[in-house]
Design a binder for this molecule. Structure first.
Ligand SMILES: Cc1ncc(C[n+]2csc(CCOP(=O)(O)OP(=O)(O)O)c2C)c(N)n1
Length: 662
């Protein structure tokens, strides 16, 4: 039974509690997070790490008037609980429930939506600039993780802050982890800041100093004084860092906050992000600053839950788990492998035979399956951080030197690198292989994560070869085929488990731009339906065909394999021999595979009706399962069958083509 959480109906209630009561509240919030996420799954580790920070933010600031902008916003669960959504928290990531990210339509306390990394600093700076222009005085607080600093956009924003506004509060939530361990020079730099012995001492002094004082003007004044002394000392160390001080890692000395200072931000920290009174005092202090400021908080991902502390990567985003042990719920025997595992294992297999191949991930070694390569052949593996644009151009550079890079990026995150795909890879016709995981729905995550646009954004680019496997074995074939291509190749495949087909020992080469005819017309003379089921939708096409055959139709099922180049001959042939064509795709209809078929038919003068099954022209919400959304939007066997039936109900019983066949 919670003592305080029950009584907190909104941020105003947080302001009524003492610091000791808020500390108890922090424990209750953690219990609620663990309880709900053990059932629903979600971003447990990141949220356990920001409990004190979020309480402190709501203690010091007043949303919705003040604005909190969260990077990625996967760590907003505590904010949701403390604002106006506590009673609905148990519905998070479920159908009709709360979204797992900040969502403007969900609450006035969510001033900016996200799901992709690296956007918060720019958005918050835009808000600050707008505020300054309007002459209002709300506080804009940007909360961003250490991994957000591996992202280019964050740096573009940092570059602008100093000369754009005088009032900007950045909170760097540094837990040393991205999803996997954070990578690169920025991560090293932040570590150096933390490990400086003198700096730690000063930070401790500073913490002790602040925590001794009650809230209020005196504390604020002294806080400022302390901060000034602290900063001066550190700057001094920074200037002398090539001197007698010993390097922490032998690669360039201790860190100094000069980097932030030169960017025009006052730097304060690092401070213990779980020391609630200290975080509150520091934020109070930041509120009074008439200069952009960044507060460097050290937090622990998974704080308060042993299993999450032990396995930060697993609990970054977890499925349901056992609260006592932290173990994931057992997978049913016979469950097919995940696409990402097949991709990772195939990568290792291909790399062991072809030493021009290398693998690149943008901070998603587990999510994409690149972790298999990391383990098996670390010298062939690159994690570039949350830096999709860089990943693509980096691959382009490698390709010019004779390597054959495989870039594994979720379809939705690849959107960010569109210009790099166009300008660097396709325009130069470089042999980069793109493995686009999560093409299709990411049901629990929702619209920020659904990968429903890649066919449209790729098929208009020259030199592209774009494929979609109907099952996990064909994914391996497509990867193998791509390694033989001197052009950019893109393979889209869904989240989750495959079809359960056996995996061949050796993947086979596919003919570029050729379909697979899964089942041809029987020649029975009945009404002819040709179903083109792309990727995982081929399964639905096959099942719909079986039902239609039982209802008296003659069905062909085609696995298109390629969305570019289209197999023009086979599409035209079926277009001219069938009474109805059905295209099925796990993609938006606009600009997608079905649209490509319509364009082709228009060029070839094929007038056969085409039923297109796919996602409508709207952003698709989140839901508990993919199946629920497919049911709702008609990407199902039943709807396919019903549409075919309706088509024939609208056309004469005996079509001209039936007469021809007869
Ligand atoms: C553009 C983009 N690429 C990849 C991701 C996947 N992703 C979600 S959270 C995350 C790590 C975030 O780390 P950090 O900002 O340090 O926050 P933490 O989870 O450690 O609190 C990544 C890589 C994403 N959301 N957006």
């Amino acid at each position: 039974m919670s003592q305080y959480l029950e009584k907190v109906a909104g941020p105003a209630d947080i302001k009524q509690l003492t610091v000791a009561q808020l500390e108890t509240l922090a424990g209750e919030v953690r219990e609620e997070l663990i309880r709900v996420l053990s059932r629903n799954g979600g971003h447990l580790g990141p949220n356990l790490g920001v409990v004190e920070l979020t309480i402190a933010l709501h203690r010091v600031f007043n949303t919705p008037r003040d604005k909190f902008v969260w990077d990625v916003s996967h760590q907003v669960y505590v904010h949701k609980i403390l604002t106006d959504r506590k009673n609905r928290f148990r519905t998070i990531r479920q159908t009709d429930g709360l979204n797992g990210f900040a969502l403007r339509t969900e609450s006035p306390h969510d001033c900016y939506g996200a799901g992709h990394a690296g956007t918060a600093l720019s958005a918050a700076l835009g808000m600050a600039a707008a505020r300054d222009k309007k002459g209002t005085d709300e506080n804009i607080v940007c909360i961003f993780g250490d991994a957000a600093l591996t992202n280019g956009i964050s740096f573009e924003a940092l570059n602008n802050i100093g000369h754009t506004t005088k009032r900007f509060i950045g909170v760097l939530n540094d837990n040393e982890w991205s999803i996997a361990k954070n990578v690169g020079a920025v991560s090293n730099y932040l570590n150096k800041l933390i490990t400086h012995p003198r700096y730690n001492k000063l930070a401790k002094d500073f913490q002790n100093f602040l925590s001794r004082w009650p809230k209020g003007q005196v504390a604020l004044k002294l806080a400022r004084k302390a901060e000034e002394g602290f900063k001066g000392a550190i700057t001094d160390v920074g200037l002398r860092q090539t001197g007698s001080l010993v390097d922490t890692d032998g690669r360039g000395g201790y860190g100094s906050p000069i980097f932030f200072e030169e960017m025009g931000l006052r730097y304060l920290g690092p401070i213990d992000g779980h020391d609630l009174p200290l975080v509150i005092s520091t934020l109070e202090f930041a509120k009074t600053c008439d200069h952009p400021i960044v507060i460097h908080l050290l937090t622990q991902k998974g704080k308060g839950f042993e299993a999450a502390l032990k396995s930060p990567e697993k609990f970054h985003g977890t499925g349901p788990f056992d609260v006592k042990t932290g173990d994931s719920l057992p997978v049913k025997a016979g469950t097919p492998p995940n696409y990402q595992d097949v991709m990772g294992q195939t990568m290792v297999k291909l790399c062991s035979k072809d030493n021009t191949l290398v693998g690149i991930t943008a901070a998603m070694p587990s999510g994409t399956g690149m972790k298999y390569l990391e383990r098996a052949m670390p010298d062939r593996y690159y994690d570039v951080g949350i830096a999709e644009e860089h990943a693509v151009i980096f691959a382009a550079g490698m390709a010019t030197m004779g390597l054959h890079p495989v870039v594994a990026i979720y379809s939705t995150f690849l959107q960010r690198a569109y210009d790099c795909i166009h300008h660097d890879v396709c325009l130069q016709d470089l042999p980069v292989i793109f493995c686009m995981d999560r093409s299709g729905l990411s049901a629990n995550d929702g619209p920020t994560h659904h990968g429903l646009f890649d066919i449209a954004y790729l098929r208009c680019l020259p030199n592209v070869i774009a494929m979609a496997p109907k099952d996990e074995d064909e994914l391996a074939d497509m990867m193998f085929t791509a390694t033989h291509e001197p052009h950019p190749t893109f393979i889209r495949y869904p989240r989750g488990t495959g079809e359960g087909v056996p995996l061949k020992e050796q993947p086979q080469l596919l003919a570029i731009g050729k379909v697979e005819i899964v089942k041809n017309f029987s020649g029975s003379g009945k009404r002819k339906v040709a179903l083109f089921g792309l990727g995982p939708m081929n399964n639905i096409a096959r099942r719909a065909a079986a039902q239609l055959v039982a209802e008296g139709f003659d069905c062909a099922v085609i696995n298109p394999r390629f969305t570019k180049p289209l197999d023009a001959g086979t599409h035209e042939f079926f277009g001219k021999t069938a009474d109805v064509i059905v295209t099925l795709e796990d993609h938006v209809l606009m600009g997608g595979y079905g649209a490509a078929v319509l364009e082709l038919f228009s060029e070839k003068g094929v007038t056969t009706p085409v039923i297109r099954i796919g996602w409508p022209d709207q952003f698709i919400e989140h839901a508990t399962t993919q199946d629920e959304l497919r049911q709702k939007y008609g990407l199902t066997v039943e709807n396919t069958v019903a549409k075919v039936q309706a088509q024939f109900a609208e056309t004469p019983v005996v079509s001209p083509k039936l007469i021809e066949v007869a």
